[in-house]
Design a protein around this ligand. Sequence first.
Ligand code: GLN
Length: 309
Amino acid sequence: MEEMLLEHVVEEGKKIAALGKTATYIPELGRMNKDYLGVCICTGDGQCFKSGDADVRFTIQSISKVVSLAVALERCGFERTFDRVGMEPSGDSFDSLIKLDLTSDYPSNPMINSGAIAIASHLVSEVSFERMLKFTRKLCMDEEIKLDEKVYHSEMGHISRNKAIAYLLESKGILENSVEDSLNLYVQMCSLSVTAASLAGFGLVLACDGVNPITGERLLHSWVVQTVKTIMLTCGMYDGSGKFAVEVGVPSKSGVGGGILSVVDKRMGIGIFGPSLDRKGNSIGGQHVLQKLSAKLKLHMFADNVPEL
Ligand code: GLN
């Protein structure tokens, strides 16, 4: 792997990232140093390549929506999971409630806040937060993942918008548990502390069809992984998903903590940390790094001559 390439794209990305802002609507995230930028790539033979701030801890935020969707599919099955959550990109910001209120009876997809809060409400009766935490550690191959109490309390103290979404969901009969319990699990999952390296591990498991290639253990069913990767491709970068799919071309999921999880099918997992965000809530430096890596390493899912694992 071209370590020089990683160094180079991170250096470039750092310059561009200066244009963005951290997620100040959650005060604890607003305090994060926006100059951080790190990338980690893990390949199927167990090698990991890092550059920049790849071992700095930050909160997973919306990338946890991938874990929650996967667990909901495993536990509740396809029909029940998608009974009250759609599979269509919304084209709106991640915290929008406009379509949910005016034109639709259920959230557009599980990668936006309304959809993820609905999924969390399913999960409340199925699984404890502790089990979700343990499973996230396995998926990410990172036993150090824990709840970041500061970020959890900071978000819980500034939860008005997500409360509005949750009450709207309740009014439409979509929540299976109380607004409080659903939001609590949702925010706990968003507050898990990961690194770019943990996200690369998770990406690798998804690239390998749900199997940890180091231990050989299957963590998710094949059909679950296929469903999750498809939803990541179409909805994972919110209202930036279309452009990102054209420019980078790999299923990805962002979070306002600055993380991006990317899956290069049958080849590698990529984790990014860059807390300087664009107006859609996606890491600016991270998107730059992924665009450059995609072009140089032919990562786009429709690129020619792609070597397999
Ligand atoms: N916890 C954040 C919220 O609910 C997650 C949003 C995100 O990462 N886009 O607003």
